[in-house]
Design a protein around this ligand. Structure first.
Ligand code: PLP
Length: 379
């Protein structure tokens, strides 16, 4: 796949800088084989369903080009951003593209008709925009039921009326019935939502789509006609208590850097802004070229896991814009230039997220444009 049409300026700069030698030691590695493997995993879990691979937010930080290459076999791609959907069409994606929040205005609706996008309909205004379209082409729509999240969608009664109105519109083609779970990551957390959805849609024809990653992994009854996995494709867990490895997923994004300085602290010496870490004993500290402006969480506390030269240790002191510090106690042989894995194979992204009071989703999406990306195509 030619990288051109999907690379924004940042993406182009990234690639150019990488080939000219990296601007700083920090870099991300995106694994196409891992993305592919995780998509296969989702499809194995739901063998009778078609798959919308969810690629919103720049494919959860992994890059649309990479997603397009890795998810070429998916039945469809799902996203939020209309400019990106247009770019995907220009890059040659002919299969379905589902706009997960639907149109934000009439222009989006017209664009969807031109580009053949499938629109979620969660709100009466969106139906009226569809009513204004010329009838020369039929647009597939996904009518959204509010199953308890109370964010987007119609309640049971409004659902019937919305369906009936959509069915009269000449520009509307197939109507798929969809909903999104608030609690599918908790045991039994999707049961009530499924019951509500089934009750509200019992009399309506059409395909169904309910399952996000957590439901793909844990709620077979939700798989229906189309699954919508996101986070699992990128190799992180949707669960609080079950790791990505336990779910049979492979990390698709690794964040690596190197040590750029070493400090020997005496007892009582502090390190970094605010002197948040104070050595109790003689302590060797490594300074890593990676900070919050690269996407590393500033809220990471002392002891957040990190690997230096393949050995697991922890961060010390406050994460700064461009640097963070690590305890070299467990790895006394490490010197300047030693390899650092911030997350990836040895250090699951989810562990860094949990230590920092967030979730893997946020860390992936926060990977900064200034971080060069290397794409790995072989295992
Ligand atoms: C983001 C999103 C998904 C994917 O969710 P994951 O938890 O990442 O699997 C599925 N459906 C909708 C409507 C979404 O917005």
């Amino acid at each position: 796949m030619a990288p051109g049409p999907l690379s924004r300026e940042a993406g182009k700069t990234r690639a150019a800088l990488y080939h000219a030698g990296m601007p700083r030691p920090v870099h991300a590695i995106i694994s196409i084989p891992a993305l592919r493997r995780n998509l296969s995993r989702a499809r194995e879990l739901a063998p009778h369903s078609k798959t919308w691979a969810v690629i919103k937010a720049n494919a959860y930080g992994h890059g649309l080009d990479n997603a397009l290459e890795a998810f070429a076999d998916a039945d469809g791609l799902a996203l939020i951003e209309f400019d990106r959907a247009q770019q995907l069409r220009r890059a040659g994606w002919r299969k379905p593209l589902l706009m997960l929040e639907g149109a934000f205005d009439f222009d989006d609706t017209a664009l969807a008709a031109r580009e053949g996008l499938s629109l979620v309909v969660h709100e009466p205004r969106q139906i009226e925009w569809l009513a204004r379209l010329p009838s020369d082409r039929q647009l597939p729509v996904c009518l959204k039921f509010n199953s308890g999240m109370n964010r987007l969608g119609f309640d049971a009664r409004a659902m019937q009326a919305a369906w009936a109105r959509l069915a009269t519109l000449p520009a509307v083609g197939a109507i798929t019935l969809v909903s999104h779970f608030a609690n599918s990551d908790l045991a039994g957390g999707a049961d009530e939502a499924i019951e509500r959805f089934d009750a509200a849609t019992a009399e309506l024809p059409g395909e169904r789509s309910l399952a996000n990653s957590a439901a793909v992994l844990a709620v077979p009854a939700s798989h229906r006609d189309w699954i919508r996995p996101g986070i699992m494709l990128y190799g992180a867990t949707p669960f609080g208590e079950r790791s990505a490895a336990d779910c049979g997923l492979r990390p698709a994004m690794r964040l690596h850097s190197r040590l750029i300085a070493i400090q020997q602290l005496a007892p009582g010496d502090a390190v970094g802004y605010g002197s948040r870490f104070v050595a109790e004993r003689p302590t060797r500290i490594g300074v890593v070229a990676c900070g919050y402006a690269d996407g590393y969480p500033r809220h990471a506390p002392n002891g957040t896991p990190v690997a230096v030269a393949g050995v697991r240790t922890g961060t010390v002191g406050r994460v700064a814009m461009d640097m963070l510090m690590v305890d070299l106690g467990p790895v006394p042989e490490a010197g300047i230039g030693a390899e650092v894995e911030l997350w990836g194979d040895r250090i699951p992204l989810d562990e860094v997220a949990q230590a920092s009071g967030t979730i893997g989703y946020e860390l992936m999406c926060a990977l900064a444009p200034r971080v060069p990306v290397r794409v790995e195509r072989e295992d």
